[in-house]
Design a protein around this ligand. Sequence first.
Ligand SMILES: Cc1cc2nc3c(=O)[nH]c(=O)nc-3n(C[C@H](O)[C@H](O)[C@H](O)COP(=O)(O)O)c2cc1C
Ligand code: SF4
Ligand code: SF4
Length: 266
Amino acid sequence: MDKVNTILFYFTGTGNSLKAARELAQELRAAELRPIARLINRGGPISANADRIGIICPVYAWGLPLIVLQFIQQLSVDQSSYIFGLVTCGGFAAATLKQLDRLLRQKGLKLSAGFSLRFPGNYTPLYGAIPEKQQKELFSKAHLRLKQIAGIVREGRMARIESNFFLVNLLFSGLIYRQGISRFPAGDRDFWLNDKCSGCGICARVCPVNNIEMKEGRPRWQHHCQRCLACLHWCPEEAVECGKTTQGRRRYRHPEITLEDIIQQK
Ligand SMILES: Cc1cc2nc3c(=O)[nH]c(=O)nc-3n(C[C@H](O)[C@H](O)[C@H](O)COP(=O)(O)O)c2cc1C
Ligand code: SF4
Ligand code: SF4
């Protein structure tokens, strides 16, 4: 197989990470986007032959999504590859990128650079979508930062693996992540339907890991959930609720990412 210039692996629920990946790909020109969900759903080893490899995903509970852990396990790349991480988050990433570096090192690889980028948060159980004006401000800042990141990646430069202070990392990426992430797969028992569900099946189509089956015209969650919240945010009727707090809260989707983009990541 011919070696390509740059491969950007991405995972997304509401489009922020895909948008970041697309902007980077545009800046880097000869870059190929590969969806992590599709590769995982296919099964087997994941190989990548490129000078530069990017891993782009959201931060979940101050750490990596479960599907990204699985992806790293299955990844097989040349040890000389320049690998960088880019995580999108609503607040801060704590030690998410250090976790990525640690997992790569267990395979004889390493991160050459790790960037975190703020985008509108999508964790509706805690908050609703921020107003459009604030969203646009974050998009402009992200756009400028992505240009800088592209410059670093293009030159294959080493850069800091961004993280927060030691105690913040310990509390959020250590204690809270460890507690939280193990509950995600069966945590889909928190989802329920309000009376607006039309039975359209879009939630099942957007689920990147096929965790939703339609039965008698209603979604049924299958307990291998990533908690990406794509089902909640992409439901056209806003019929998917999660726990006791999401009713009436504004949903969020990146405005430049389409339903089809999300469906096609698997
Ligand atoms: C399950 C879950 C956990 C999250 N945890 C964090 C977090 O720990 N820190 C943070 O800043 N944002 C957190 N967020 C917000 C997302 O990281 C952020 O909105 C991200 O850009 C979403 O990316 P996507 O649109 O590509 O899915 C969380 C979102 C979800 C769904
Ligand atoms: S996307 Fe919403 S309206 Fe459509 S089946 Fe799923 S929950 Fe019901
Ligand atoms: S069921 Fe919903 S939250 Fe869970 S992985 Fe699928 S789309 Fe994401």
